[in-house]
Design a protein around this ligand. Structure first.
Ligand code: ADP
Ligand code: MG
Length: 309
């Protein structure tokens, strides 16, 4: 089994830097990297995102403190695809909010490229299930919006809108409004809008949870392709272990409240992957075996709460 010890990094594996993977940088070809002789010592890569002893407690409506995250240590390499799984209420969304800089942690440090995060930044973007698309804007208008906020000149905005709509295969729908699109198409608009701001880190909070199985499979293929083309780092939260095994380089499993890293699984399977592939199924089963105990704990707590009410 490929589970690594608690909170340890997986076995050393070369993760190409942003843009090098497919010789493309934001859709533009880059000069091929010159081959140098391999250095005698392993290259030290600064983690794209590092969580160093992160804890967070919320104040509940009754005035008590609820410890949501407890001593989280995680490092995400540049260009890595990390999935975070865990039972409902274990702090997955909270963790993404901390990395996005939307909420301060109670203790510990969040570092991006080795620098502490002190608030939101255009290097990180969060996509969540509700999407937050603007119904009064067209598809193009939605994709353009973030760039407008960044004062990107009009000609560049128009070029990038075309580029990112092509990337998510929505070129023909630029003039449509959101209500005219299917759920899968809306997800792709949200993805194009996020990518158009050219973030280094894409934070995705259960983005495909509400989609039907076929649409979700299609979006997995597209997300994997886009990840390969842009070379961005992805931190993807899901409660679906199969989805995690399908997409991730590595899966971090959180415990039920308070959220701690219980286990990490390196997913060394060839890409592109398919949900139905026996190796993906086997990996998903390994993860689920470890997750089941946490789900049971969460159910016990929820049922106990029900009895008190
Ligand atoms: P997950 O995304 O894994 O389902 P969350 O990160 O949303 O979990 O929440 C983790 C825990 O923190 C839950 O018990 C939730 O009720 C609690 N929580 C989340 N946000 C707040 C908040 N703003 N105030 C108080 N408690 C919160
Ligand atoms: Mg959540």
């Amino acid at each position: 089994m490929s589970a690594s010890p608690r909170n340890a990094m997986p076995a050393a594996r070369t993760i190409p830097h942003r843009g090098i993977r497919a010789n493309v940088f934001h859709g533009k070809p880059v000069t091929p990297v010159t081959e140098f002789p391999a250095p005698a010592v392993a290259e030290v890569v600064v983690p794209k995102v590092a969580l160093d002893g992160i804890s967070l407690s919320y104040r509940t409506t009754s005035g008590e403190r609820l410890l949501a995250l407890d001593q989280i240590n995680l490092e995400v390499k540049p260009g890595e695809f990390l999935c975070i799984v865990g039972p409902s209420g274990c702090g997955k969304s909270t963790l993404l909010h901390l990395i996005a800089g939307l909420h301060p942690q109670t203790s510990g440090k969040v570092l991006v490229d080795g620098r502490p995060v002190s608030g939101p930044g255009t290097d990180r973007i969060l996509i969540f299930q509700e999407l937050g698309l603007f119904p009064w804007l067209t598809v193009s208008g939605n994709v353009e919006f973030g760039m407008k906020m960044k004062n990107v000149p009009k000609a560049e905005r128009e070029e990038k809108v075309q580029h990112y709509l092509r990337l998510v295969q929505l070129s023909k729908f630029g003039n449509c409004y959101i209500h005219q699109l299917s759920g899968g198409m809306r997800q792709r608009v949200a993805l194009a809008r996020a990518l158009a701001t050219e973030p280094d880190v894409l934070l995705m909070d259960e983005p495909f949870a509400a989609l039907d199985a076929q649409t979700r499979d299609l979006l997995h293929d597209e997300l994997e392709r886009i990840w390969a083309e842009t070379g961005c780092t992805i931190i993807f939260v899901t409660h679906n272990v199969r989805e995690a095994a399908r997409l991730a380089d590595r899966v971090a499993l959180l415990t039920f409240r308070p959220g701690r890293v219980k286990e990490e699984f390196a997913v060394n399977l060839p890409r592109p992957r398919h949900m139905e592939h026996p190796d993906v199924t086997r990996m998903a089963r390994n993860i689920l075996d470890c997750l089941r105990e946490e789900i049971n704990k969460s159910l016990e707590v929820e049922y106990a709460d029900e009895k008190i009410r």
